[in-house]
Design a binder for this molecule. Structure first.
Ligand code: MTE
Length: 916
């Protein structure tokens, strides 16, 4: 097909779509797309016959195998995505993040088949059926003279010129497992195969931008890309600089084909950015919108992901540093220089010449091989190998298959795109290095290490630069050499630094277990041993990190999903954590969260919740309840937006509500308002005195952050407007509260519940320790509540007080009297003060609220001092001789301890003092 000129018409004024249509070359009719589409089916076939390779000077992709939807994906939102079973899952079953085994990737060659290309998905893969592909639209707008929307049909068939070239994508987390071994980062554990190369076909971004006409006079400096995937913190979006986007040497591409096929779902079907030389995180998949802007993207995923923060910032500190996260100096764009050893593989054995190891090994050699890459289009100019820890180096051979595409004939097309490599100097792909080393030299070395240098003379560092997200890890890649003898045959065994995900193996794990210090600059081994044969003595400076085991090693039973399902009720509740099955029956009575929290987990994989909210002590108790291993993984249900159910909360399923307002009520506390999906007629479904769980995902790692809260709104409020209001104190280093505070309005948040061991049933009746309502609960009737709270601990206590006040107002019989002791630091810290005053007015004689301040200002006329024995003795005293009284407590740990000791000392019974 003849292509119309790709240069855009010169239009200088702002324009609308109609204007755009009139100035663009006419859109070829639909049939053209269809006939094109017929020739290029979306199923996996080899688009160019294998014998075509002979006539081309550059590599063509190998034929990928047929892939199918895997059973493990069937129960996830990705049940429409076919995948290769060899891919190693790095974050459990879903979302799908994976890399190929390093040897499989490397042996596939320069071009990776899409089925082995690494995948980094922050959430579910959008479902785009074949028929919808031509109508997929891309909008280009923002600070541009001529915003426009274009369909994929128009993009593919020649309105703009299409080009094809190879690009290596690399996840910024490539090799992160090594960082996690040194110190846990906020990222999951990539091995060294978070790198892949394909031939990408699409339209140059600069052509689309030139057509839209960026308005530099209006401050246009950045180009933002938005994906269609719906994620917990909004759509995936990020940005790059406009100057780069317009630079042909940067080769940014709006791509619709991968190795000549329409994009597979995992890789952005049907349209994505491909940004050569930069971290994969900038190559937005499922591309919907390109926005030219004056400032970088404000997406969570741009700010809280893909950054290298200064090394001294800990994960805990980073939770309270919004300005540091936003500092563009720490954002990663260009890749840094990196290399890895692929051959020998991890655990590969090479027999030494002569069966007894005394033969003439100098005669034989082993060829070490691996990959290297750099960023920003910079070429890798040397790769060096050391066998003596950097004292001396050997130069490896480097091959650049990418250069073969520079030999393509002028204007030659591949997959409907002009091969566009020769015109630029930049290098966008990985290269391969090799070095044949005599076996006897390998035999005498402790380890082999590789480092690469690029054309800007940037060289891989000897030592790791650890940072909180563990990205851009590129120290010398070290493989340890073990000399071993088995059955009379002496051989060398090679040990890579790590294995991906939770896979065991690698010298880093071994050295750490042995107590070695991985940060001592000597890979955890004794410097004094340098040069001597027989590696592996460690500088045992620290106790090996104690991993808490939650399994009983003697338990060998395999449990099927059906067996688990049979235990999803109140009787013998079983639940799953990290693939292990636990029987919670024996703990129904004693669980501090009440029987409900176990029953609500029955039959489910509750790894997220369990790991997020349990202490090390609780984890250490788990082997006693361990009964087996789940034989096939079950997936946890996805959160839903339930508009039709009369009750919003569900004890087993996460449900979404939108954050719609944030009102600061003190210097550090905010009321967050969430709008229920079912509107004012939907009930929250939270019994008085119980709490709910909120789940957010860490924007960078997708690790779950879960905390329990008691809302200040309730189903019995006089005005019900379909919202849920929660008063939350924002802690400077609180992961949840910081994440909530920076959550933009309009974002969904996940809720589950109710939860708790206490419920106020009305008329003084309280249910204790049950599974919701009176099931399994002990019910007692109280005549007086003593409520003791501190700071934001007022919220659960307030929920009960509010319910009692409603009874007083209605003249209800049996409503107990209430005394509330509320401790705070300063007057401005007192939360819900007005609401409490209102309740006092309603209660009259039946209600007293006493505030006490530990750091009062001069004008404070109320009580001074902390909540301590003296105050409690004066205000409460010993338990009354007659009438049932109960103490309800919620506050900081230290305060709760004092309160408990004081009440016991005054003669109260433990069962009369309840801690929320
Ligand atoms: N685009 C969208 N829309 N959603 C995503 O989760 N992940 C990014 C990027 N583009 C992501 C995305 C990251 S972090 C990487 S490394 C690359 O996609 C991975 O691309 P791949 O999965 O095709 O290898």
């Amino acid at each position: 097909m003849d292509k119309p000129p790709s240069t855009p018409p010169s239009v200088s004024s702002e324009s609308d779509d109609a204007l755009l249509q009139s100035r663009l070359p006419p859109t070829p009719p639909l049939q053209d797309y269809d006939s094109y589409h017929d020739k290029q089916p979306a199923t996996i076939t080899t688009p160019i016959a294998n014998n075509a390779q002979q006539s081309r000077p550059y590599p063509l992709p190998p034929t990928p195998p047929q892939t199918h939807v895997l059973p493990s994906d069937l129960k996830t939102p990705d049940s429409h995505v076919a995948r290769d079973p060899r891919l190693i899952r790095l974050t459990g079953i879903h979302p799908f993040n994976s890399e190929a085994p390093l040897t499989d990737l490397f042996s596939t060659g320069f071009l990776t088949t899409p089925n082995l290309h690494f995948v980094r998905n922050h959430g579910a893969v959008p479902l785009v059926v074949d028929d919808a592909i031509p109508d997929w639209t891309l909008t280009v707008d923002g600070l541009v003279a001529r915003p426009f929307t274009i369909s994929l049909r128009e993009l593919m068939i020649g309105r703009f010129e299409s080009v094809t070239y190879p690009v290596t994508l690399v996840c910024a987390g490539n090799r992160r497992k090594e960082q996690n071994m040194v110190r846990k980062t906020k990222g999951f554990s990539w091995g060294a195969a978070g790198v892949s190369t394909c031939l990408w076909t699409g339209v140059p971004l600069r052509e689309l931008l030139a057509h839209a006409g960026p308005l530099k006079s209006k401050g246009a400096r950045y180009v933002c890309f938005e994906g269609a995937d719906q994620l917990p913190n909004g759509n995936y979006a990020t940005s790059v600089k406009l100057a780069w986007a317009l630079d042909p040497e940067r080769g940014m591409l709006v791509a619709y084909k991968m190795n000549g096929e329409l994009l597979p779902p995992d890789h952005g079907r049907p349209l994505r950015m491909v940004i050569p030389g930069q971290i994969g995180g900038r190559s937005v998949k499922w591309l919907r919108r390109i926005v030219v802007s004056a400032t970088p993207s404000e997406s969570w995923y741009h700010i809280y992901d893909n950054r290298v923060l200064p090394t001294m910032i800990t994960p805990e500190q980073s939770a309270d540093m919004p300005e540091t996260w936003k500092d563009e100096r720490y954002a990663i764009y260009d890749l840094n220089v990196n290399s890895a050893i692929c051959s020998p593989a991890h655990d590969e054995r090479v027999a030494l010449a002569g069966t007894d190891g005394h033969g003439d090994e100098s005669a034989s050699s082993y060829t070490l091989r691996g990959y290297a890459y750099s960023g920003g289009g910079r070429r890798v100019t040397r790769v060096e190998i050391t066998l003596d820890r950097g004292r001396t180096w050997m130069l490896a051979e480097v091959s650049y298959p990418e250069d073969l595409y520079r030999l393509a004939a002028d204007g030659e097309e591949l997959y409907g795109g002009r091969i566009d490599v020769a015109g630029r100097e930049a290098c966008f792909c990985w290269c391969f290095w090799s070095l044949a080393v005599p076996l006897n030299r390998l035999r005498d070395a402790r380890d082999v290490m590789v480092r690469a240098m690029d054309e800007s003379m940037a060289v891989q560092p000897r030592d790791m630069y650890w940072s909180v997200l563990g990205m851009m890890n590129n120290p010398w890649y070290r493989v340890v050499i073990h000399r071993e003898k088995e059955g009379g045959i002496e051989s060398l065994r090679f040990e890579h630094p790590t294995q991906p995900a939770l896979m065991p193996g690698g010298w880093m794990e071994r050295v750490k277990k042995e107590g070695g210090n991985l940060t001592d600059g000597f890979w955890g081994e004794k410097p004094a041993d340098e040069g001597s044969a027989g590696a592996g003595e460690n500088t045992a400076q620290s106790e090996p990190a104690k991993e808490i085991s939650m399994v009983d090693e003697k338990v060998t039973r395999k449990i099927t999903a059906d067996e688990l399902a049979a235990h999803s009720g109140e009787k013998e509740p079983w639940f799953v954590v990290n693939g292990q099955v636990y029987d919670g029956t024996a703990f129904l009575e004693g669980h501090p969260g009440g029987a409900a929290s176990i029953i609500n987990s029955a039959g489910q994989d509750v790894s997220d919740e369990f790991l997020a909210i349990h202490s090390e002590n609780a984890k250490a108790m788990m082997p006693a309840y361990h009964i087996g291993t789940l034989s096939t993984p079950i997936s946890s249900s996805e959160p839903t937006e339930e508009t039709s159910t009369p009750i919003f909360l569900h004890p087993k399923n996460w449900r979404r509500a939108l954050l719609t307002n944030k009102i600061p009520v003190s210097h550090d506390s905010t009321i967050f308002t969430f709008t229920l999906p079912g509107g004012p007629t939907q009930h929250l479904g939270l019994p008085v005195g119980q709490h709910l769980m909120i789940r957010l995902r860490d924007p960078a790692t997708r690790e779950a952050i879960i905390r329990a809260y008691t809302p200040i709104s309730s189903d019995d409020d006089e005005i019900r407007d379909g919202t849920l209001r929660i008063l939350i104190k924002i802690y400077p280093s609180g992961r949840m509260t910081q994440a909530l505070a920076s959550l933009p309005l309009g974002h969904p948040v996940e809720f589950k519940g109710p939860l708790g061991r206490f419920e106020y049933l009305g008329g003084g009746r309280c249910a204790l320790g049950g599974a919701g309502g009176t099931i399994l609960a002990k019910v007692r009737t109280v005549r007086r509540f003593v409520m003791v709270c501190g700071g934001s601990g007022v919220t659960p206590v307030y929920a009960v007080l509010k319910a009692v006040a409603r009874e007083w107002k209605a003249g209800g019989k049996g409503a107990p009297e209430c005394l509330m002791l509320d401790g705070n630091s300063k007057e401005e810290d007192i939360l819900l003060r007005e609401e409490l005053e209102e309740i006092q007015k309603v209660g009259g004689q039946r209600c007293r609220v006493v505030h006490t301040l530990s750091r009062p200002g001069e004008g404070w006329k109320g009580r001074r001092g902390r909540i301590d024995f003296e105050l409690l003795e004066r205000e409460v005293g010993p338990p009354p001789a007659q009438g049932d009284s109960m103490v309800l407590v919620c506050g900081p740990e230290g305060m709760e301890k004092t309160v408990k000791e004081s009440f016991l000392a005054m003669g109260w019974l433990e069962e009369d003092v309840f801690f929320f």
